[in-house]
Design a protein around this ligand. Structure first.
Ligand SMILES: [Zn+2]
Length: 326
């Protein structure tokens, strides 16, 4: 299919992370206008290659191996009849105006991993990861109807797909609990699920995708996460630029992260305690640790730890490394 070929070529060419130049007018909410101007100023030389790599390095550091890519693409083959992608044989327009006026942020967390190519996993990350704690409320991004609530052990965990009135679909992954059922209508901002750490996830977070005709768009092209808003009222899907982040700045995300962590200090402390005790699904390596010590303390076997984390019994553990316990 010609379109698929185009996508493949685009995927190869567009592996970098950069800010698209957009003819659209930026949204500048009063309270954020000054900050926005600063962000735009910070980005003036983002095309500088070193800067872009700094940004990617920052994001890689943030990623902290939280999540491996889902092994099955839910929008391609392998769907049962209930999960058929209705877009498979549809013609995707080169450009399409999508009304995103009436929106809600799915969760107020900061970005922990960006959309795009992940060197570590050598594949595309089709969504954006947002910091969340187990039990946090996840909200519908736009008005719509629940298309699917499902579970994928080796991928998204518990996940919800919503078909929206504006033509987009959104995907919410690694959830701990559904608050909606299939075919239910929801408004932007309605609670749809609780955040979790299910599926191929190594620390509680929300995996969030925005798709048009089944094609994953960079959520940061639509949403301005550090300012908790959208960039514009109309998002113009463009077959050549849908992968690009808009107005993305690692510095602004870092700033927002600091604010968010401060505002949610108790949750972060509680989560850290759970991890340290080994009651959670993950454990952070400390000085003096060995696989056998960790296995004994947590009632698992070395073999299990190796299998879960792709390690060998002889693998060298790094202090600070997060491994999966169960
Ligand atoms: Zn993700």
């Amino acid at each position: 299919m010609l379109f698929n070929k185009k996508i493949t070529v685009a995927a190869v060419l567009l592996m970098g992370l950069w800010v698209s130049t957009s003819a659209q007018e930026y949204r500048l909410p009063d309270s954020h206008a000054a900050e926005h101007r600063n962000l735009i100023a910070e980005q003036s030389n983002i095309n500088d290659k070193i800067k872009v790599e700094d940004t990617k390095q920052f994001l890689d550091d943030l990623l902290n191996d939280e999540e491996a890519e889902p092994e099955i693409d839910i929008y391609t083959e392998g769907w049962d009849s209930k999960r058929v992608n209705p877009y498979v044989n549809a013609v995707v327009p080169d450009t399409k105006d999508i009304d995103v006026t009436n929106f809600s942020m799915p969760h107020p967390g900061y970005v922990t991993s960006d959309y795009g190519y992940r060197r570590r996993f050598r594949r595309q990350h089709k969504g954006i990861d947002i910091k969340a704690h187990i039990g946090d409320t996840i909200r519908s991004a736009f008005n719509g109807k629940i298309r699917l609530t499902n579970y994928e052990r080796r991928g998204y965990g518990y996940y919800v797909i919503i078909r929206h009135e504006n033509g987009l679909e959104t995907v919410y992954g690694h959830l701990s609990k559904f608050l909606v059922t299939e075919d239910q209508y929801v408004k932007a901002g309605d609670p749809i699920a609780l955040a979790g750490n299910t599926g191929r996830s190594f620390g509680a977070h929300l995996h969030f995708e925005t798709r048009y005709m089944g094609i994953p768009i960079n959520p940061a092209a639509i949403f301005d996460f550090p300012n908790q808003t959208t960039h514009t009222d109309i998002y113009t899907f463009d077959i050549n630029t849908y992968k690009n982040a808009r107005n993305y700045s690692a510095a602004s995300n870092r700033k927002y992260m600091a604010k968010y962590r401060e505002e949610n200090k108790a949750k972060f402390e509680a989560a850290a305690k759970t991890t340290a005790k080994g009651n959670g699904k993950t454990y952070r390596i400390r000085r003096g640790d060995s696989l056998s010590k960790i296995a004994t303390r947590n009632g698992v076997t070395v073999k299990q730890l190796c299998r879960l984390n792709g390690l060998k019994t002889t693998s060298k553990l790094q202090i600070g490394q997060v491994i999966r316990l169960r």
